[in-house]
Design a protein around this ligand. Structure first.
Ligand code: ZN
Length: 390
């Protein structure tokens, strides 16, 4: 059980203190110490003497007046022998619960004051045996928080991975993958809502559309009359209506025809145009020479080291010569991403087309075989050659 100090005990303790006794003597006798006296005294005395306006006696006990804006109060100027007890009371008691340095210091400042109280309090708390056994340092708690956060992130990442895998499995189970081609007639899922119309009463499928381009295995470009849009294949289904609108049939035929022409043009058109240019733009007597010179230039001008222009010649029978051009990039403006192998047959002894012939729109390049008859498509003479042909 703590016994409170009496005023006499406190007064005696101050008078017996080596520093406070000097100060009390100066203050009680109105002695004015010289500069040398102050220099010879302790820092505690000098500090109190400089703030002597805040010192006052109550029942012969020296106090320090703390002019606090909220709670002005008198602080007991503590002699040396009572300081450890004050620290013990403010830190070690069950009511003090071994608070930290700042809270212990705040509790001390409510009642007592001495020079160097802050440093003494920090030293006392930091060397407290119980605090050092039970309390964790800030570094430990910080590292513990960091570790727990890393663990939480790891668990979250693992859960995300497993969730993604499960969602993909569920999606793949219900996936009804259908490969659409250009020209397919499809219906599009219409998720747009209109104000005043319940989505339950609205037809979910809209169309029909026609597929005009396959951008990727899942993305398709579709067209409805003049409007084009890119949609995911999940939002499409094949249209199996009995009656297809006439405009859609025409659009589909147009697209399919364009695709077919494009495929043929990519393989044959460029080289044929090159030969047609020569055949129709020169005189009859020069045509043979030009054709020969072109074929010679193709075979002679090739560089075997150049992978872009490689040619080979095979003699089939005695009349026909087949020239195999593996690349024509240096001759005609062919996109590099096309098939780099081109096979073209030409005959040096083939009869050249007569300009007066009614069938001059079909180019005869093989001996005895008309490309217009054997091929899938009749070769039309380019319109820009009409000016040269009488
Ligand atoms: Zn403690």
């Amino acid at each position: 059980m703590l016994q409170p100090y009496t005023e006499t005990e406190l007064r005696d303790a101050q008078k017996n203190d080596i520093d406070l006794s000097t100060l009390i003597a100066w203050l009680s006798t109105d002695f004015s110490p010289s500069k040398q006296d102050l220099q010879m005294s302790s820092p505690f005395v000098r500090h109190l003497w400089q703030s002597k306006s805040q010192l006052e006696f109550r029942n012969s006990i020296l106090y320090y007046f703390w002019d606090d804006a909220v709670a002005p109060r008198l602080l007991f100027i503590t002699p040396r022998k009572l300081r450890q007890e004050m620290l013990h009371l403010c830190h070690d008691l069950h009511s003090a619960v071994h608070l930290g340095q700042d809270k212990t210091l705040a509790k001390l400042r409510l009642t007592v004051n001495w020079y160097g109280m802050t440093m003494d309090c920090k030293l006392y708390v930091s060397t407290c045996q119980i605090c050092n056994r039970y309390k964790k340092t800030s570094e430990e708690s910080q590292s513990r928080i960091e570790n727990s956060l890393e663990d939480a992130h790891y668990i979250a990442r693992e859960n995300l991975k497993s969730t993604q895998k499960r969602l993909k499995q569920d999606y793949d189970l219900n996936l009804n993958f259908r490969k659409y081609c250009v020209g397919d007639i499809v219906l599009k899922l219409d998720t747009a809502r209109k104000v005043g119309i319940s989505p339950k009463l609205k037809a979910p499928w809209k169309g029909p559309y026609v597929v005009i381009e396959v951008k990727s295995p899942v993305l398709l470009k579709i067209k409805y009359r003049k409007r084009e849009e890119v949609v995911h294949h999940d939002r499409l289904k094949l249209c199996i209506d009995k009656e297809i609108p006439l405009w859609l049939q025409r659009l589909r035929n147009d697209i399919l025809g364009r695709v077919e022409n494009k495929l043929e043009q990519n393989t044959n058109m460029d080289l044929e145009d090159l030969y047609l240019d020569i055949l129709f733009s020169n005189e009859n007597q020069n045509n043979q020479n030009d054709l020969n010179s072109l074929s010679e230039s193709l075979t002679d001008g090739c560089n075997n080291d150049d992978p872009l222009f490689v040619s080979d010649s095979l003699t089939i029978g005695s009349k026909n010569e087949r020239i195999i051009l593996k690349s024509l990039h240096s001759l005609v403006d062919v996109p590099r991403n096309l098939d780099a192998t081109f096979v073209y047959e030409l005959s040096q002894n083939s009869p050249l087309p007569n300009h007066d012939d009614k069938n001059r729109d079909t180019c005869t390049l093989d001996n005895g075989s008309r490309r217009g008859q054997t091929g899938r498509r009749k070769k039309q003479m380019p319109s820009y050659l009409h000016d040269y042909v009488q």
